[in-house]
Design a protein around this ligand. Structure first.
Ligand code: C2E
Ligand code: CA
Ligand code: CA
Ligand code: CA
Length: 277
């Protein structure tokens, strides 16, 4: 089985059959990966654009396969969603992230943590109750957690909205990830309980100092202001983008300009450096 995994992981421009074989190989390799300790969580700082202060960090999953090395979450998360493995993996990420935010706060850093939650997890009957139990066990307040959801793959919207409402009424904040890239962004806003809009990095990448380049980012920021939501711009790579986003009124930014996803100690170091400055 290991050999077929090797060959199918590396397929470029796959045909339908190749892709199915690759997915099956990834799905097989994912089984038990959690128990074999193949996952880690990195954290990418989210900064307040006006002050440069780190205010939060996004938990991003990493999979180190014994044979294939690092496998991108963009490759394995969709497979884990289809196979259902995402439920166990996602729960593990949530536990790691919540324990981590409790540790940061115990050490005096006033941070929150954001966790990607897949639609499949939102379908789990006791998700909200489980999340709140994880927070309680770790001694982390609900306000220290942000749940990031995407709008692209709503399975049963009523169930998901109910789960999100329960979380939000307990104090957990909800962010819409990759805002503007899904198929029903605007309608979605009126139905979902939301606190934060994450401006997809494709819109940030289009910002080039011209009004046309900034049009979508600007429109999302205005919309968020009217709805009293916080915006986080994703994929900020240049000082120019950061300055333009701040001028347009986006409160927060995340991207390689500030930091790549890093181990948790490095987030603490970045926070400490800002406090000394
Ligand atoms: P995402 O939630 O949109 O996360 C942001 C992605 O953009 C991350 O990719 C991050 O490393 C990358 N990124 C951050 N700053 C920059 C930048 O300045 N430039 C560029 N080009 N990229 C930047 P990553 O870590 O490879 O994750 C990919 C996707 O996998 C995530 O996209 C998310 O949808 C999914 N994912 C990651 N971890 C989890 C998880 O624990 N659970 C679930 N359900 N999905 C996850
Ligand atoms: Ca995200
Ligand atoms: Ca995103
Ligand atoms: Ca994304």
């Amino acid at each position: 089985a290991a050999r077929s995994v090797t060959s199918t992981f590396a397929v470029h421009e796959p045909s339908m059959n190749d892709r199915r074989a690759a997915d099956a190989a990834i799905a097989e390799a994912l089984e038990g990966a959690l128990q074999r300790d193949e996952f880690t969580v990195l954290y990418q700082p989210i900064v307040d654009l006006a002050s440069g202060r780190v205010v939060a960090a996004e938990a991003l999953l990493r999979w180190q396969h014994p044979l294939h090395g690092a496998v991108s979450p963009a490759t394995f998360i969709p497979v884990a969603e289809r196979s259902g493995e995402i439920v166990g993996i996602g729960r593990w990420v949530l536990e790691q992230a919540v324990r981590q935010v409790a540790a940061w706060r115990a050490a005096g850093a006033d941070l929150s943590v954001t966790v990607n939650v897949s639609p499949r997890q939102l379908q789990e009957p006791h998700l909200a109750r489980d999340v709140l139990a994880v927070l309680e066990r770790a001694g982390a307040p609900a306000e220290s957690l942000v749940v990031e959801v995407t709008e692209s793959a709503m399975v049963d919207e009523a169930v998901e909205v109910a789960a999100l409402r329960r979380l939000r009424s307990a104090g957990v904040r909800i962010a819409i990830d990759d805002f503007g890239t899904g198929y029903s962004s605007l309608q979605y806003l009126t139905r979902l309980p939301v606190d934060i809009l994450k401006i997809d990095r494709s819109f940030v990448a289009q910002m080039d100092g011209t009004p046309e380049g900034a049009a979508i980012a600007e429109a999302v920021i205005r919309l968020a202001q009217i709805l009293r939501l916080t915006t986080v711009a994703e994929g900020v790579e240049t000082e120019g983008q950061a300055a333009e986003l701040l001028a347009l009124g986006s409160e927060r930014g995340q991207g390689y300009l500030f930091s790549r996803p890093v181990p948790p100690e490095q987030v603490s170091a970045l926070v400490a450096r800002r406090q000394d400055a």
